[in-house]
Ligand binder design. Structure first.
Ligand SMILES: [Fe+2]
Length: 314
């Protein structure tokens, strides 16, 4: 039996831009959203001086970009090489944005921070994030059960690759706008509580993950926040079998296949990182240098909450 716990995600709020019956609210929000939207990842970058203790000015700059694009990239001027100190800094940085409900990930180390690097360690071996292969477009945790969705994540680059390892990022609200402008029925199809199913899987540790059934687009109860659950994978996935769902999925693929000008591209350098509301992202393949122990290393923390844009300290 599939696990269906999603309620129907019909938005009734009169002020919600995501209410399909209220085009006026959508048009106002859409105009503001697209007005002056950053068209280059350099415009998403804020310089910070200390991971673990950002200034109010740095925090405000980061918040302004997050509010606009659901993502921000930071460049830290002074980064320690010490993993324990980086982990501590990342935890403190996240907390400044109201992010503390960490996902309990099977591969998480201290403070639920996952080290993403090429490895053959048990529990990580065989999973693409721990290889140098490309990762196709997705949002994090798209296979999670309802209620366990990932609202935000942080990625921090400790070491870059010799070549490759580029990320592309797309704000889900931009994807929403493109789909709704093309055909509002696409939004309706992708908001259906059974739009996308990831079939059950026996994990490598023997545990069973049940079918994950849910919508692609989901709006918060107050109608103001949009989240997206998506993977471009074509195997081990089933889409709700309706013509509009198929058309909508094809349109998303078309966007992500090089036809969306507001996709952001970045190859992070050591000391750089990003905080985001689980935006769409991918990764190109990469090459490490021949020396074994200095390959690309990113730290990742995933959270069940979204970034708190309003408050400034916690
Ligand atoms: Fe990811």
């Amino acid at each position: 039996m599939p696990l269906i716990t999603e309620k129907s995600n019909i938005i009734e709020s009169l002020t919600s831009p995501f209410n399909l019956a209220r085009d006026e609210a959508y048009q106002v929000w859409r105009k503001e959203k697209l007005d002056n939207y950053p068209d280059d990842s350099a415009k998403l970058v804020v310089e910070i001086s200390d991971l673990g203790n950002i200034s109010d000015e740095e925090s405000n700059s980061m918040r302004a970009i997050l509010a606009k694009t659901n993502m921000v990239i930071y460049t830290c001027r002074n980064v320690s090489d010490d993993p324990a100190s980086i982990r501590k800094g990342l935890t403190a940085l996240s907390a400044r944005f109201g992010l503390n409900a960490n996902e309990a990930h099977r591969s998480a180390g201290e403070e639920n921070i996952v080290a993403l690097e090429v490895t053959n360690l048990d529990g990580k071996r065989g999973y693409i994030p721990y290889t140098n292969k490309p990762l196709n477009w997705h949002t994090d945790g798209y296979y999670n059960a309802s209620g366990q969705e990932i609202g935000a994540f942080l990625l921090h680059c400790a070491r870059n690759a010799l070549a490759g390892g580029q990320n592309q990022l797309l704000d889900p609200e931009i994807a929403y706008i493109r789909l709704r402008d093309e055909n509002p029925a696409y939004i309706e199809a992708l908001s259906h509580p059974e739009a996308m199913t990831i079939p059950f899987n026996r994990e490598k540790d023997g545990s069973i993950r049940l079918d994950s059934v849910g919508p692609v687009f989901k709006v918060s109860d107050d109608g103001m926040n949009l989240s997206m659950r998506y993977t471009a994978r074509t195997r081990s996935i089933s889409w709700r079998d309706t013509p509009k769902t198929n058309e909508a999925v094809a349109f998303v693929r078309h966007l992500l296949d090089g036809n969306e000008p507001l996709v952001q591209t970045i190859t992070m350098r050591p000391g750089q990182g990003m905080i985001n509301n689980n935006v769409l992202h991918n990764r190109t393949g990469f090459e490490n240098s021949a020396t074994d122990n200095n390959g690309r290393l990113l730290y990742r923390i995933r959270f069940h909450q979204r970034v708190n844009i309003q408050a400034n300290s916690f």
